[in-house]
Design a protein around this ligand. Structure first.
Ligand code: ZN
Length: 194
């Protein structure tokens, strides 16, 4: 992504965010639906989606205390959300953790295959059905989060905050944050099954 694009200011229409998010949830079905919804609900970059698919989940669960463990760690909440601790870092870009509906996470990990090729296919389908680029799903997620969880938490979820801030949210605020994420989607007309 060019600096020009990153630094541009754009006006975002809340009606558009809501319409597009609902269209992704309601109108795209099957494997392309699962992939589209991961783009929307995880709000991560494409590299991070591929990493989450390819990286095994630690069998010690959230009690694993090995700092060198490179697997994903999950925290399943009773409210229907799963916190996926990702710890992906490349050249100043981060993905600390994502808060994703549990049923969606399970459907994503159960895909028989997932690669950049599948993102490309999903992108082309979204373009033709909804005139929406796959990379715009991440922007929708950020805009939905921003209005409810606040800027600091939205930056953490988008992987643009520093590690100290991310660690604070994961260790101290994460229960409240999962509730706020549910509320954020609800504010845009999307109900998460509990
Ligand atoms: Zn582990």
């Amino acid at each position: 992504m060019s600096d020009f694009f990153e630094n541009r200011l754009i006006l975002v229409d809340e009606g558009y965010i809501s319409r597009m998010s609902k269209a992704v949830v309601e109108r795209i079905t099957g494997e392309l639906g699962t992939i589209s919804k991961m783009g929307l609900f995880a709000g991560t970059r494409e590299d991070e989606l591929v990493y989450m698919y390819n990286t095994p989940v630690c069998d010690k669960g959230n009690i694993c205390d090995t700092e060198r463990c490179t697997n994903l760690h999950l925290i399943n909440k009773k409210n229907g959300m799963t916190i996926v601790v990702v710890n992906w870092h490349r050249r100043g870009k981060h993905c600390y953790f994502a808060i994703i509906p549990t049923t969606l996470w399970q459907a994503f990990k159960a895909l028989s295959k997932f690669s950049y090729y599948d993102i490309k296919s999903t992108h082309l389908y979204l373009k033709s059905r909804l005139d929406l680029k796959f990379m715009y799903l991440r922007k929708l997620h950020y805009n939905v989060m921003l209005r409810t969880v606040g800027k600091d938490a939205a930056e953490v979820l988008a992987g643009r905050a520093n590690t100290v801030s991310a660690r604070h949210y994961l260790m101290v605020e994460v229960d409240r944050l999962t509730e706020q994420v549910i509320e954020a989607w609800s504010n845009f007309g999307i109900q998460i099954e509990r």
